[in-house]
Design a protein around this ligand. Structure first.
Ligand SMILES: [Fe+2]
Ligand SMILES: [Fe+2]
Length: 449
């Protein structure tokens, strides 16, 4: 157990407050009067809803060929968002956080409709906070589908994003970064939601597509650190929110060309510095996995709590309960039912089948086109690669004997490509602590139960 100077100061203040109360109170005073003013809250999180306005078309050959290359349940996005909102409405969450990729490809009308869902949550007294993902702003791929054509539609600028989500972060902010869509809000006394925007939308037009990778500019990094210093001075509990991972979610994620763009640039330095400035929790998305990882510095600690995509099996959402004893209880639920024709299948089976078949096709494509693997080897590797992604998406990863056998065969082959593939698969299958779906984090000590 390590204590930062912040913790020691806090303990000292609490002890001092306790002593003052002890000496000032007579025996007739209410013994149950609260000594500790730690804030509490219930926070619901769902990520990467990739909402697609149904009026932009969800049939026809152009749409069909788009979704053939996508593992997300885009056609079902309206039904899934509706289901997530109604599930969260039935909880006692008072804060709802969505860490980006709110829309399929940044279509303005998708944003407006998604904001209407946020309004439903707010009307029920739940404070909603969003940050942009790589798909959400200035996206050159914002299109509608008509027959065999994909036709451009309006996306949004960063100013329009902040206007559409004014009530879901930007107008409620107590501070906004002039250089990005980062902000701080304090929905509950003592709790800061620190939205961090690492998206590179200013480069999208030049690239001709939305840039997947994430980077904090020097200006934004400085702005975040200044806010963290204020939070420490004022003893706020900070929930960082960012679309991109602040930590690697499996070993070598930033080194593998397939997954590098899912972790923010310079993550090792930034995560250590943010942890030492008192950020113990960051809520992320982007890689579509339920995965929690931790980092320890000599001074402090940081947990990156990634939530899977609402549109990718297991279609999860999280409920996080911050208790006044400074523990954070995290549980994970999945969408069980949607208003959509699943051909008679239970929704979870339908979503699993969709991911499995989509990943098989995608894995074969990646292996043959990006790794130059021959067709026969791709047939052997694709099911294991699919299994690796599926178990990583669910979290609390497990590996079958068949997968272990293929990894052993790759290692025995011994060539550079086989060894690279074996270590990438092993990394996806292995699950560094802590648990991914159900856990309790002590925000004072960093201990996990
Ligand atoms: Fe996403
Ligand atoms: Fe993303």
């Amino acid at each position: 157990m390590t204590f930062s100077s912040h913790h020691l100061r806090r303990m000292f203040l609490l002890m001092t407050a306790g002593m003052i109360l002890f000496t000032a109170c007579s025996e007739d005073d209410d013994p149950a009067a609260p000594v500790d003013q730690n804030p509490s809250a219930v926070i619901a999180v769902f990520s990467d809803p990739h909402y697609f306005d149904p009026t932009l078309g969800s049939s026809g050959s152009a749409f069909e060929s788009y979704i053939a290359m996508d593992r997300k349940l885009i056609a079902e996005s309206h039904a899934l968002t509706e289901a997530a909102v109604s599930a969260i409405l039935s909880t006692d969450a008072n804060i709802v956080i969505v860490p980006g990729d709110l829309t399929k490809d940044g279509e303005r009308s998708s944003h407006e409709r998604f904001a209407a869902f946020c309004a439903q949550l707010e009307q029920a007294g739940k404070a909603v906070f969003v940050v942009p993902g790589n798909h959400d702003v200035r996206n050159p791929h914002a299109v509608r589908y008509e027959g065999n054509q994909a036709l451009p539609v309006a996306s949004v600028t960063e100013q329009e994003f902040a206007q559409i989500y004014a009530e879901y972060g930007y107008d409620e902010a107590i501070a906004r970064d002039p250089a990005s869509l980062s902000y701080v809000a304090e929905p509950v006394d003592g709790i800061w939601v620190l939205g961090m925007d690492a998206c590179r939308y200013s480069e999208n037009e030049g690239e001709g597509h939305a840039v997947t990778g994430g980077r904090l500019s020097a200006a934004t990094e400085g702005w975040i650190k200044a806010r963290l210093q204020e939070a420490q001075a004022q003893e706020k509990t900070v929930f960082g929110v960012m679309h991109h991972g602040l930590l690697e979610h499996f070993q070598g994620q930033k080194l593998n060309p397939i997954s590098a763009d899912y972790v923010v640039d310079d993550w090792a330095r930034l995560s250590g510095e943010f942890a030492d400035l008192g950020m113990h929790i960051v809520l992320t998305g982007h890689f579509h996995s339920n995965d929690v990882v931790e980092k320890r510095t000599s001074e402090s600690f940081l947990f990156d709590i990634e939530t899977g995509s609402l549109l990718t099996w297991p279609c999860p959402y999280r409920i996080m309960r911050l208790n006044s004893d400074r523990t954070l209880d995290i549980t994970t639920a999945v969408i069980e039912n949607i208003q959509y024709d699943t051909g008679g299948d239970a929704f979870q089976d339908y979503a699993y089948g969709y991911l499995e078949s989509g990943m098989l096709g995608l894995s074969t494509y990646i292996l043959t086109s990006q790794f130059g693997v021959d067709e026969q080897t791709a047939q052997m590797l694709a099911p294991v690669m699919t299994e690796a992604f599926v178990t990583h998406y669910r979290g609390d990863e497990t590996m079958t004997a068949e997968a272990q056998g293929v990894i052993t065969t790759l290692k025995q082959a011994g060539d550079a490509n086989s060894l690279f593939m074996a270590s990438a698969l092993e990394a996806l299958f292995s699950d560094p602590p802590p648990a991914d779906n159900t856990l309790t984090i002590n925000l004072e000590s960093g201990m996990v139960k």
